[in-house]
Design a protein around this ligand. Sequence first.
Ligand code: ZN
Length: 311
Amino acid sequence: MIKEKNPNFKGLWAKYSKYEIIENNNEFYIKPTKKSESQIYDVFDKEKEILVDFLMLGKKAYDYKDKNDVNCILMSKEKSFQTEILNFVNKYGMLGILTLGLKNNNILSAGKAIIQQSNEITELTPNDYIKPYFITNKDIQKTDFNNGITPDVLNVYGSKNPVNEGYIDFSKNEDFKLVFSNEYSEKVSEILLLAKSLYHIFYLVEKAGWTEDEAQKTAYESFAKDFVPTNLSFEFSFMEEKRFLNWDFNSLFQAIELIFAFNETNDRKELKMCKHCSKPFIAKNIKADYDTVSCRNVENVYRNRAKKKNA
Ligand SMILES: [Zn+2]
């Protein structure tokens, strides 16, 4: 076994027990089912699992047959991709795209949402920013978010909202009451796009790590510099005589980015990309280069042929 050890990390996220896919205007969304219950978990308890599952999803999106589908719209309409997303979200919860995109906090109290679109900073009203995440609920479309936290807005938060429960360890700001509402939804295509983009970075960083061609290495490294995780924050916390680094994620996606960055910069990393099929896998020993025996065998055949040719 590979001995890889983080400091004492904590990073809490919430999920519901069950999710469903909903169609609205020929677009597909994922949201918690009506009867599901919320729960809080520590992302670091499942860090390698979540990263490998997310990258595997990203690889499928990356390998999609129609390369013109840059925004993952076509694949989001396919049952097989919807099932993959459901499996992922049922295990780990939604990504928190609403809070991932924000440049400011407490958008209801502040009366505005500041976002960055490529190089431009844009300001939106809470109504314009929030409502697309509640598109599957017609009543919420009539709710006014522009006047702060009104009784109508409290209704949107819902009774099972984990942030409302006031867990000591989970004191997240008001924006998360929206993200963890039972009615909050995310677009299947947007989740696929984020998974695809992270897999692309993974591919470049891994390739840069083992390609022998110097020019290619430089190219991979320069592309991989596009990876710029946004404003992470953390604090110390003390529990049971132990010190923890408590990460305050703005989204599950940001948590996955962080786990990814720790993995890629670790000399004894567990999660690798198979040198034959490019799938992410959890290596059982530090020298493993392939996810399966068959990938290793195929690659050995190639090598032997190449040797004979050069001989
Ligand atoms: Zn393989």
